[in-house]
Ligand binder design. Structure first.
Ligand code: PMP
Ligand code: GLU
Length: 400
């Protein structure tokens, strides 16, 4: 009898985390590697957030908290949803998990029966399909190529819905492309969803605050309030406060769904760390002026990377509205030969070549469900990005 559960055969370890760890390993071996794989900001967590964590420790907040999160944190989240999104939730309609990742995972586990379909626009964040598969759901991948701005259209959504559809996942701004839905685009999707009352929507707004050039972020339940009763609005502290290691994500949604998510969590992690919760409450309630400088730095880096990549023969790169990723096409490199004589047959080959010959770690587009592309995270120092672009340029010029 095999040790491993059959459901494990349906998934793979997270490729974004694998690339990050591989780059760290090569660096530790003394190799000169620039890691553009990790999807995390390079800034430090703001000082007032760290201070709040220290104060919580000193107050002795070191015991179990409610499964859904402390009331103080849930109240901070209620205020956040009102302030940023015009959404009214009660503290009971909020759940907090160990990162947005756990909230999404809990939600699938709490709602999917074998064979239930989850519509996932591609390119997608690597974990969506595998989370659905672990919960015995069936991912329904809808290709959203660069020509549609990497976004799901109303027509494509309508064509993907079946009687078995349980969830649609919407992530804006997107990992891995950075593209974000305008209010009009969300309204068009909402119209389709209103015609299919059995479809629930998981909205992943984790990059909400990282938008550029005056882009106005909106979220589905705000654009179409009639959908609020079947929308789970997921967000978190990882990206906006540079708190990836603290593990705080949260969601607002209808009470029965939140209660089901809490029931799942009560048997796994119980809750995220009490200290992290105090820090998150301080982050959400605290000043947000630091964000302006962070977003300005990200925008400068985006402009740099997009311009440099578009100057490389064989690469084309869209300029995204948000997040800290670009998702260039490497179609022009496929079929070329490396100096060692290997033909590049896929974006996996391109990424391996860039790592081995140029010491630049990126993530292959196959991990995100749309090829041939690769993802660069530009949440890293500008000088390193310049260096990485020069290396990519040289590596591509060496192909024949
Ligand atoms: N959603 C998206 C789109 C992400 O990129 C991430 C980052 N890994 C997450 C959710 C989860 O982040 P975390 O678990 O750190 O909140
Ligand atoms: N969201 C980040 C990424 O895509 C962090 C790694 C992960 O959790 O997948 O790289």
């Amino acid at each position: 009898m095999s040790l491993l559960a059959r459901r494990l055969g349906r998934i793979k370890p997270s490729p974004t985390i694998a690339v990050t760890q591989r780059a760290a390993r090569l660096k530790a071996e003394g190799k000169n590697i620039i890691g553009l794989g990790a999807g995390e900001p390079d800034f430090d967590t703001p000082q007032h957030v760290k201070d709040a964590a220290k104060a919580a420790l000193d107050r002795g907040e070191t015991k179990y908290t409610p499964v859904a999160g402390t009331l103080a944190l849930r109240q901070a989240i209620v205020a956040k949803f009102k302030r940023d999104n015009g959404l009214d939730y009660t503290p009971e309609e909020i759940t907090v998990g160990c990162g947005g990742k756990q909230v999404l995972f809990n939600a699938f586990l709490a709602t999917l029966n074998a064979g239930d379909e989850v519509i996932i626009p591609a390119p997608y964040w690597v974990s969506y399909p595998d989370m659905a598969l672990l919960a015995e759901g069936e991912p329904v991948i809808v290709a959203c190529p660069a020509a549609s701005g990497f976004k799901l259209t109303a027509g494509a959504l309508a064509a993907a819905i079946t009687p078995r559809t349980k969830w649609l996942i919407l992530n804006s701004p997107s990992n891995p492309t950075g593209s974000a839905y305008t209010e009009a685009e969300l309204a068009a999707l909402a119209e389709v969803l209103l015609a299919h009352p059995h479809v629930w929507v998981m909205v992943d707004d984790i990059y909400e605050h990282i938008v550029y050039d005056g882009f106005r972020f909106t979220t589905l339940a705000q654009v179409e309030p009639r959908l609020k009763e079947r929308t789970l609005t997921v967000n978190g502290c990882s990206k906006v406060y540079s708190m990836t290691g603290w593990r705080v994500g949260y969601a607002g949604g209808p009470l029965p769904l939140i209660e089901a998510i809490n029931a799942v969590q009560s048997h796994s992690t119980t809750h995220t760390s009490s200290i992290s919760q105090a820090a998150a409450a301080a982050a959400l309630n605290g000043p947000h002026d630091f964000l302006k400088a962070w977003v300005a730095a990200f925008r400068e880096r985006r402009d740099l990377v997009v311009a440099r990549l578009n100057a490389v023969p064989g690469l084309t790169c869209e300029k995204p509205e948000g997040a800290f990723y670009v998702y260039p096409s490497c179609a022009g490199l496929i079929g070329k030969r490396t100096p060692a004589g290997h033909a590049l047959a896929s974006d996996d080959d391109v990424v391996t070549y860039l790592l081995e010959s140029a010491g630049v770690a990126c993530v292959q587009g196959s991990a995100f469900g749309l090829s041939p592309h690769f993802r660069i995270s530009y949440a890293t120092a500008t000088a390193l990005l310049e260096d990485a672009c020069t290396r990519i340029e040289r590596a591509c010029a060496a192909l024949s």
